[in-house]
Design a protein around this ligand. Structure first.
Ligand code: ADP
Length: 328
């Protein structure tokens, strides 16, 4: 008995659901696509296949497997932003990348997992807001920059998170990631600085699709950034690229350029490690003041905006390549 003849016996709507059909020594094994069907329809499908094929010549037994629904969407693509040490501008970069991606038309979410100093509510001007919950899951807060967000800073009083131990921190982190993100396309994670247990647990539990590492150009920060790269590498998280922050300073009074922390170190380190370099953000008083005031530079077009937009464009390219041709 051959498989085509058997399939031809099935009524068209049933045949259309056949993913594979095998006949071996009187036994038929049929695998069917059950997407969109309820339990009763699945039963009916199984019965139809068994009845029709069971009465075919040379068939002694019919086995049917109906595959579960194919997931339509598997939730947002998670991109982690990490640094080897604190104070290098990881949170500033994450907030501005989120705002820039949203401005370019993407549906963006941000999770502030920086237990030691959740600064996203300040950066995105949602300080003091509390997220609602529905069915035991948090509803992200809509910032006025088109970015949905959840921060440890929205859940605890400022300063309290500092005392948290690892398991508590990663438990709360899970709630932030596993929230009602709806049709959010990309979720940026502002990780705590460093490469300790908290970061490892977070990466293992909610495996990001990729990671961006930010560093200042000094040697010491770079060594830590390399450690962060190793941490992601070990966790099987691909590194999207490195960003150099606080790179070069142009005096607002005389226009003279200087390099308080050096310049180019991150690009060299990326080249050495064979990792992409995504760009540099200048050290700028405007960036610091705007950030403190809850108006991320990337939301405007002034000084500092271009650098963030250029890096966000590269991240956007990475997201598109990852999604592949034909995917929305
Ligand atoms: P991290 O998240 O790595 O600890 P933050 O993003 O909180 O670092 O930045 C630390 C401080 O540096 C903040 O006051 C921030 O405004 C400032 N800062 C970050 N990037 C820049 C920059 N490119 N120019 C000027 N100040 C910056």
């Amino acid at each position: 008995m051959d498989e085509t003849t058997l399939t031809a016996r099935l009524p068209q709507p049933v045949a259309a659901r056949v993913q594979s059909l095998k006949w071996t020594d009187g036994r038929v094994t049929a695998i069917l696509d059950g997407s969109g069907l309820g339990a009763a329809e699945r039963d009916a499908l199984e019965t139809a296949v068994k009845d029709v094929l069971g009465s075919a010549p040379d068939v002694a037994e019919v086995r049917v497997a109906i595959m579960a629904d194919k997931p339509v969407r598997s939730g947002p693509v998670i991109v982690a932003v990490g640094s080897g040490k604190g104070g290098v501008g990881k949170s500033t970069l994450t907030a501005n990348l989120a705002v820039a991606l949203a401005r370019s038309g993407r549906r963006v979410g941000l999770v502030d997992a920086d237990v030691y100093g959740p600064s996203q509510p300040t950066l995105l001007d949602t300080e003091g807001q509390r997220p609602q919950a529905e069915n035991d899951k948090l509803i992200p807060i809509d910032s006025r920059f088109g970015v949905k967000m959840l921060s440890m800073g929205h859940l605890v009083e400022p300063g309290k998170a500092l005392a948290w131990r690892g398991p508590m921190a990663s438990g709360a982190f899970g709630q932030l990631v596993d929230a009602h993100w709806g049709d959010t396309e990309v979720l940026l994670l502002d990780l705590p600085p460093g490469t300790g247990d908290v970061q490892i647990t977070m990466l293992q539990k909610h495996k990001p699709a990729g990671a961006v590492i930010v560093s200042t150009p000094q040697d010491l920060a770079l060594i830590d950034a390399q450690r962060a790269a190793e941490l992601f590498g070990k966790g099987g998280v691909p590194i999207i690229g490195l960003v150099e922050n606080m790179s070069g300073y142009v005096c607002p009074h005389c226009g003279e350029a200087s390099d308080p922390f050096g310049r180019g170190g991150v690009e060299d380190a990326a080249a050495e490690a064979g990792l992409p370099f995504l760009g540099r953000i200048p050290l700028s008083l405007v960036v610091r003041e705007a950030s403190d005031a809850g108006t991320p530079p990337a939301a405007g077009d002034g000084e500092g905006a271009d650098a963030f937009h250029a890096i966000a464009a590269k991240l956007g390219q990475w997201l598109d390549q990852r999604a592949g041709p034909g995917s929305a």
